[in-house]
Structure formats: C-alpha cells, structure tokens
Write a protein that binds this ligand. Structure first.
Ligand code: ADP
Ligand code: MG
Ligand code: ZN
Length: 205
C-alpha cells in the first residue's frame, strides 16, 4: 500500500559539539513549524538545568518553553498524539530506549527533530547519536569556533578534571576546540588556567 506523502513522518538529527548552535537550530526549525500552525511539542531531559528547568535555552539566550522528561519512557507519557512535530534537545542525556521511541514517532507520521552531542569529552562517538544518524532522513552537523585558534571546532573540551561521562555544565567547564587544539587527556593543565584545585592525573580516568 502506498503511504501518502502528507501522512509520512521523518527523523531530523542536528549534532555537533557544545556551543555549535544545535539548540538555536532546533528552535529555529520548531518556530517555523509553529508559524505553519503545526502542533509542536518540545522535550528536554530533566538533568539539563543549566539555564532553566522548563525551557530550552541556547548559549546565546534564545529560549523556548519545553516539557521536562526524566527518561525516554516519560516522553511517551507526556506525548500528545495529535502533535505533528516533536523536538527533543540534548538527546545524549536521555539514555537507552530513545532510538525505538523516536522511530515509533516518525513511523506514526510525525516530524521528529533531535539535537545532541555527537562526541563525548574524549572525542568518542556518543550514543545514541551515531545510531540516530544511520536512521535519520536528514542530518545536520553544526560546528563551533575553536576557542584557541578560531578554526571550525568539532570537539567539546572539558576544562575540569572529572572522569564521569556526563557532567552537566556550560562555559567555564567546557569549550569548543578544533581537532588540532583538542586535548582530551589534559584537564589537569586546564585546571591551572582556571585557578581550580589540582588533582593528581591518576584520579582522572
Ligand atoms: P549548542 O546547543 O550547540 O551547545 P547553542 O545553540 O546553545 O549551542 O549556542 C550557540 C551560540 O553560542 C552561538 O550562536 C554563539 O552566540 C554562542 N557561542 C559561544 N561560544 C561559541 C563558540 N566557541 N563557537 C560558536 N558559538 C559560540
Ligand atoms: Mg544545546
Ligand atoms: Zn584550534
């Protein structure tokens, strides 16, 4: 059976390092959907309270109201099935199960727009973005500006010594770096720059 175009959903992924404009681009697309009078729902993970608990906020202070979710399952709990467009920011903070849920949303005819980090603080591919890229219809990679040299930056440099995969923070804790200025294993040196207490390198995994 032919599925009519107007009933077809799809996945859009916006990925890149911190400060590269992912949240700005997500909000730009969601605003256009609102202008087109589509039913739009926006979600973000509860753990991301950097600027606001109930809004997506960019580093340039653009903002948009959003629903807060603890886990991927609570996206389905809060979902209004009449929504035509579903946006989710910071998908790298939502954990397992997201891929299945967003596929279900797209299969059911919704435009699903996802934004998140594609690499972690060591430069490794950061789930679930790699799998989402393989499944998406549309992919956008945003780059930031390297804070050392001004080149296009694809890395998120952690400036504090912490071996946890997820440490929520913004400027002062992270900065954008290009591939030649990125130093994945040297937060101890950076602590000196920021006047933070120094920890021995063997505490940093
Ligand atoms: P992301 O969601 O990818 O972290 P945002 O959309 O929140 O990014 O913020 C992007 C904005 O951050 C830019 O428009 C710019 O105003 C600001 N900004 C701060 N540092 C940088 C940087 N190093 N490179 C590019 N933009 C930066
Ligand atoms: Mg963002
Ligand atoms: Zn650089």
């Amino acid at each position: 059976m032919e599925i009519p175009y107007w009933n077809t959903g799809w996945l859009e992924v916006i990925c890149g390092p911190m400060f590269s404009g992912k949240s700005e681009e997500l909000m730009r697309r969601l605003r256009r959907a609102q202008i087109a009078r589509k039913r739009v729902q926006v979600f973000k993970p509860a753990i991301d309270t950097r600027y606001s608990a109930e809004e997506i906020v960019s580093h340039s202070a653009l903002r948009m109201p959003s629903l807060t979710v603890e886990t991927t399952a609570s996206i389905l709990d809060q979902l209004d099935w009449r929504s035509q467009v579903v946006g989710i920011d910071e998908v790298n903070l939502l954990g397992d199960g997201l891929v299945e849920i967003v596929e279900k949303l797209a299969d059911s005819g919704k435009q699903v727009i996802l934004a998140g980090l594609d690499t972690d603080y060591l430069g490794r591919p950061f789930p679930p973005i790699p799998e989402l890229l393989a499944r998406a219809e549309y992919i956008t990679k945003t780059l930031a500006v390297c804070m050392r040299c001004g080149a296009p930056a694809k890395h998120t440099q952690r400036l504090v010594a912490d071996g946890e995969l997820i440490v929520v923070g913004a400027s002062g804790m992270y900065e954008a770096r290009c591939r030649s200025c990125f130093e994945p294993r040297s937060p101890v040196q950076e602590q000196l720059d920021f006047g933070l207490p120094l920890r021995p390198p063997d505490e940093i995994s």
